[in-house]
Design a protein around this ligand. Sequence first.
Ligand SMILES: [Zn+2]
Length: 398
Amino acid sequence: MKTTTRPAFAALILTLATGCHAVSTPAPAAAPRVVHAEHEHEDLAAQLVASEMAAAREGTPLPLPSAQPGQLVQPGCSAAPAQKGFYGFYANDAWAQGRVVLTFDDGPHPKFTPRVLDLLAEKKMKATFFVVGRNISRDTYPLIQRMVADGHTLGSHSYSHDVLMTKVATPADTVETIRSQHEVTTILIDIALVAKSADDFDALFRSTFEHEPATWMTATGIKKTWRSAATRHEANLKARGFDGGVRPYAVLYSRPPGGGPYVEQDGGAGIKLYDEALTKLGMMNVMWHGASGDTVPDKRSDFAFLTKNMEKYAKQGGVLLIHDYMRPDALEVSLAKIDVDPHVEVMSMEDAVRTKYACSVGGLGQKLDDRGMDAILRRGFGLPPARPASEPSFALSR
Ligand SMILES: [Zn+2]
């Protein structure tokens, strides 16, 4: 397995050239983060899997999209949102056969994610990683840096991976919960990208969240404190040479844990609240058209089941849902098949946006940007390569 290295910050910035970019249930107690020893990695994987199993619907293949090449392009950035839900990708999207977007959920994981990154590098494929905020730590922050350095796209999969976060008591509380989950994850992505060492990551974490990085924050805690954390985050970025309001990375994509309200039968009310949160976040919502099946109980270790799903949905085209912890040999064989299949082309999330919305990611990102938000929430749209700290701010005017 290739050793993960931390690229120089300048190199990271170079890769950012196109950077446009719960709950009615009791809040989970701060759980100790599991790190270091191999068996502990397995424990963490087991926890992740258990979390996914609880939301087994996430791995359930959704109805086939009505893939009709030629129907893909909707009017440009000024178009109305997608028919169902906020801007983004949904199971009923039309899609060209064989054009597949690879998405990996639930990382970064110290054991599984490096293997995924190695495979993608070997095949020269670009993917999108929907990372879980609480998985970004002193042990995994170099993986976030490597994702960006390798040209992949980062999205938020929430901080706590709470599949019930759209079921908070009141509507306003629900919207705030969803928002805090993704906002905190974007802050953690930033911290991971600017950290110079594991100790530096922890120092930034402590300074930003006023919380010990060795334990997870609670969903109720971040809902109360994310705004003040965002203010401290901005101050820390300024101290590192970022102009006011400019962030290292613009997170434009999000995916609800378990698929959230979009895959529930009674999700109408939840969808409305989730869409409201997405509007405030300025993020697209990325669902999927096919899934590897790596969360399906009793099937997730079935090599033939996994590879068959991967092959089928890659040929069909659309957004393909995979998890970092998918059975390694099945993932390797599947990617090798995709690589040599003349009828399958791996496309980036950015290309998928351009195809669906006939609009650049930057253009759509600016459209999605909520101009009512505080300065800290400005995104790094148009951040040029290797921007010297002395240049004028590229933050959006408000
Ligand atoms: Zn997930």
